[in-house]
Design a protein around this ligand. Structure first.
Ligand SMILES: [Zn+2]
Ligand SMILES: [Zn+2]
Length: 664
């Protein structure tokens, strides 16, 4: 008798065994989509392994094989690794790897003649002369492709240094070697220059995979990739699963981008999975960024990643001059400082354009002293305390430390002010007062509710319809407006004091990326950063584009406070409609985790999440921290085992996040 282990897309972290009837012997192979009886009804799943013995006395019979394998041995191994690493059900990982998500398991693919090429031809390749550094980075990647062994390469290039050109040449070399290239880009970059360039150079041999595409089109590109009809696949996070039988090179652009992390349902990191995929295949992976993550910088410092540097902008263009304006010296309540008003006036006079960037996170409220800039932080966790108004307390969202909110600053005695990011509308009003009659375009989440609207706003600004574009994170990257010579960061402190250990890193990245939008044409650019904490290393270093100094200071802080990359984290999130029930379950979970943690894993919390209520559900979380990642995952798994047992309160859902990026 023979049996098959089947992974089902259900929230249980194990596989299920079925007997294979003789008639299905030949087709019931690993990777094949099958139908099996499960709890009294048919369910679709994937065969992950054939075995000869079953420990179950009365093993039920597999019902049907629904087509040829959907995953090859490599993708089965990759999804298996993800399931183990991220403590996720293998069946759910496989479902996420399908082009149509869960429904993907249902479809049988490889219908002959059904495949059409959706790519529009856009003209011939242009010849561009590489800078010396671009040429040497390209050579290094080409050599790694030819050597066909795992090589993680960190391509660190300032904004405007021509990283895209290096990617294009490397992918061309991979094609010449008969191989395929996978290019991951952040979600926001899918309509951008980099995708257009790949389409231009690789013509019909490039396919784009992303979630906005209709399922049919995604399946078509997926199928083209699987058949080897594409040389390049460009896509966001989930394209990491693209079936590429001749894959020889993986590129992750803007590798520091938080959007690579999926923080709902299947919680995984697209960049880390891409690195793992390259390692499993024994091929090079290029991680590119102007502001690499501290994890990648630490890996480079340890010699695990090889660093390729692009220190200058192309065509001899200069990096913009960054000026920091101390808002403690400006009038209370004003959003546009005197220097920023003067700089804007100069642009209007010269007919140049300006971007104004306002970072806004609605659910975060920290206190900040208006006189000295002091922000109260948790004595245990070294993150900003969040102000709660009824009762008036400061609370830590990692460990639940709480203290009475004071009206005056312990450092200088002045009165505190509550700081909640100002809205774009308020800025619009101030602009209207200062520059009557000047047209201002706005791009924020309100505008973006309509899917087509952001592209339209960007098109109008690029055409020069308005001299000023005011926006949120959405304008921070990927955009290239040659007439923009001024970028204003209206409130750098909002990002800096989020209750998140990565707040400083994100601020440095954000300011540097936004600054990178300035001066991409012939005129040198200027950047004005408004802050109440100009002395903070993240702000000070962005003034001089000094990544090395910032990274050194921030890595030392992380080491001191015991955060990644020096420790590994896992978060357990409990949610439910009944607040008391969630709290009780979180307390009980804390007990189970502490029992399993020994002395090498620290359990923080439970505490209400900073985002304490979302869509009618209350949220509590616990944070695990330890030097050994596998021990951290072991303890988290013990918590999940308890959650999956029958003893926990029924209305509470438990989710785990291994290597969380937003600990909010
Ligand atoms: Zn003060
Ligand atoms: Zn704390």
């Amino acid at each position: 008798m023979s049996f098959a282990l089947v992974a089902l897309p259900i929230p249980l972290r194990h596989t299920f065994i079925y007997r294979v009837p003789a008639a299905l012997e030949a087709t019931c192979v690993p990777g094949a989509p099958v139908t099996v009886p499960f709890r009294g009804r048919p369910r679709r799943g994937i065969v992950v392994e054939r075995v000869t013995k079953s420990a179950v006395a009365d093993t039920r019979e597999l019902t049907a094989v629904n087509g040829p394998p959907l995953l090859d041995a490599h993708l089965l191994a990759l999804t298996r690794w993800m399931a183990d690493y991220y403590l996720a059900p293998w069946g759910e990982v496989i479902a996420a790897a399908m082009p149509g998500g869960q429904q993907g398991l249902a479809a049988s693919r490889a219908r002959k003649g059904a495949v059409e090429d959706p790519i529009v031809t856009l003209g011939l390749a242009t010849r561009i002369t590489l800078t010396r550094e671009q040429a040497s980075a390209t050579r290094a990647i080409e050599q790694a492709v030819r050597a066909r062994r795992f090589a993680p390469l960190l391509l660190q290039g300032v904004t405007g240094s021509g990283k895209t050109e290096v990617y294009l040449r490397a992918a061309a070399a991979a094609r010449e070697a008969g191989g395929q290239t996978l290019v991951l880009v952040p979600e926001v970059a899918l309509g951008s220059q980099i995708v257009r360039e790949f389409r231009r150079r690789f013509d019909r041999r490039v396919g784009v995979l992303h979630s906005y595409l209709a399922t049919g089109e995604r399946r078509r590109n997926w199928e083209l990739a699987r058949r080897g009809a594409l040389d390049v696949v460009v896509g966001a996070r989930s394209a990491v699963f693209a079936p590429l039988p001749r894959l020889v090179l993986v590129i992750v652009d803007e590798e520091h981008e938080p959007s690579y992390k999926q923080s709902e349902q299947l919680r995984y990191h697209g960049r880390d999975t891409a690195v793992r995929r390259a390692q499993m295949l024994g091929i090079p992976v290029v991680l590119g960024s102007a502001t690499p993550s501290l994890e990648s910088l630490a890996n480079a410092a340890r010699g695990k990643y090889r660093k390729l540097l692009l220190p200058d902008r192309v065509d001899g263009r200069k990096l913009p001059v960054v000026r920091v304006v101390d808002m403690r010296r400006e009038g209370a309540g004003t959003l546009l400082s005197t220097p920023l008003r003067a700089a804007l006036a100069a642009r209007l006079e010269r007919g140049e354009q300006a971007l104004l960037f306002l970072n806004r996170r609605g659910h975060s409220h920290h206190s900040q002293c208006r006189a000295c800039g002091h922000v109260p932080t948790c004595p245990h966790c070294d993150i900003a305390l969040t102000l709660h108004l009824t009762p008036s307390v400061w609370r830590c969202h990692y460990c639940d430390h709480e203290e009475t909110a004071r009206p005056t600053c312990p450092r200088c005695g002045a009165s505190f002010m509550r700081l909640s990011g100002a809205g774009t509308q308020r800025v619009e009003r101030e602009l209207a007062q200062a520059f009557a009659g000047t047209k201002v375009l706005r791009l924020d989440t309100d505008v973006a509710r309509d899917h087509a609207a952001p592209a339209e706003v960007i098109r109008r600004f690029a055409k020069g319809e308005a001299p000023i574009l005011l926006g949120t994170q959405m304008i921070a990257k990927g955009l290239d407006f040659p007439r923009v010579t001024l970028v204003g960061v209206l409130d750098a402190d909002v990002a800096l004091h989020l209750p998140d250990f990565r707040a400083a890193e994100r601020t440095f990245q954000l300011v540097t990326q936004v600054a990178g939008r300035s001066g991409r044409g012939k005129t040198a650019g200027e950047v004005i950063v408004q802050t109440c904490t100009p002395e903070h290393p993240a702000i000070a270093a962005s003034m001089t584009h000094d990544l090395a100094t910032f990274a050194r200071a921030e890595l030392a802080e992380r080491k001191e406070a015991g955060y990644p990359p020096y420790t590994r984290l896992a978060a357990l999130l409990l949610t439910g409609a009944d607040e008391d029930e969630v709290e009780r379950a979180a307390e009980a979970m804390g007990g189970h985790l502490r029992a399993a943690s020994g002395d090498d894993v620290i359990v923080l919390g439970p505490a209400p999440a900073a985002l304490a209520k979302l869509r009618g559900r209350f949220r509590w979380h616990l944070l695990l921290k330890g030097a050994d990642g596998s021990r951290v995952r072991e303890v988290a798994a013990a918590g999940l085992d308890w959650a999956e047992s029958k003893s926990r309160p029924g209305g509470v859902k438990v989710a785990v996040d291994v290597d969380p990026t937003d600990v909010l």
